[in-house]
Design a protein around this ligand. Structure first.
Ligand SMILES: C[S@@+](CC[C@H](N)C(=O)[O-])C[C@H]1O[C@@H](n2cnc3c(N)ncnc32)[C@H](O)[C@@H]1O
Length: 266
């Protein structure tokens, strides 16, 4: 390691690389899919709006099983795919055609280690991957991403929203009250439906089978990106359809949809 990154203490990574690798095989069953049909995902339009992409470099940070890589390899001249979980990278490689593979370089490492890419990346993309449980590591990662960008480069990110979960819970409680449950019963039922036991709402945390993930409030996105040196930021919602990936969805179709947060920062 060089520059201002100090060696990463084991406690900061908290073995999350191993846990993510372990979840690589059944990843699609566990997480909401922002690329699924029916999802309004502003990332697509933001990628389409990048001019002259064939002559530019994109980085997919925390590429996971690589759902975005074929699209990036199709559009950009060079793609760098970073993930600290070897199991994820293995699955991501399998998605690529030989032609696409030629444009993609895989880096099996934590994404705060971007010193060798300083000033080289035109578009950094991080979809549901800036979720480290240690906030110091999130800050360090955002600094590293900022330093990896070329002048005029940008970060396109999606982060899981904790306010979206609270919104979903509110609707479920209301529905249960309308069906005649007492407030206590309604809250107990909604807590089961949103799997409240896995979340810490005050600190925006999610813990599930060894995975510890940060969930975000919009004000925290603004705060942490500004702290890392980004000076412009726009936020938008990734809107999920009320379908069977969300508990109680059949009763919620009339309400505005639940969301994760999309941001563009430069
Ligand atoms: C929820 S998955 C999302 C994967 C992919 N971006 C997608 O859209 O499907 C999060 C990914 O980020 C990776 N990840 C989490 N923290 C990381 C870190 N500090 N450095 C590198 N990769 C990380 C995990 O291994 C996992 O593959």
């Amino acid at each position: 390691m060089t520059g201002r990154c100090r060696a990463l203490a084991k406690s900061e990574l908290q073995n999350q690389d191993r846990h993510w690798s372990r979840h690589a095989a059944q990843y699609e069953d566990l997480f909401l899919d922002p690329y699924a049909p029916g999802v309004d995902n502003p990332l697509w339009a933001a990628l389409d709006a990048v001019p002259d992409a064939r002559h530019k470099t994109a980085a997919d940070l925390g590429c996971g099983t690589g759902p975005l890589l074929p699209h990036l390899a199709d559009r950009f001249g060079r793609v760098i795919a970073v993930d600290f979980a070897a199991g994820m990278i293995e699955r991501a490689r399998e998605r690529l055609t030989p032609a696409a593979s030629e444009r993609v370089t895989f880096l099996n490492r934590p994404m705060h280690e971007l010193h060798d890419l300083a000033g080289q990346v035109d578009v950094a993309v991080a979809v549901n991957s800036i979720v480290m449980p240690d906030l110091r590591l999130i800050d360090r990662t955002l600094h590293a991403i900022h330093a990896s960008l070329r002048p005029g480069g940008r970060l396109l990110g999606i982060v899981p929203s904790i306010d979206g979960i609270a919104y979903h819970a509110m609707l479920l409680v209301d529905r249960a009250l309308e069906r005649g449950l007492t407030p206590k019963e309604a809250e107990r039922l909604a807590a089961i439906q949103i799997e409240r036991r896995y979340y810490d709402f005050a600190f925006g945390r999610f813990r599930f089978r060894g995975l510890h993930q940060k969930f975000w409030q919009p004000f925290e996105i603004e705060h942490r990106l500004a702290k890392a040196g980004f000076s412009t930021l726009s936020l938008a919602k990734v809107l999920y359809p009320w379908d069977d990936s969300l508990a109680g969805a059949d009763e919620l179709a009339e309400f505005p949809r639940s969301w994760d947060w999309f941001f563009q920062a430069s």
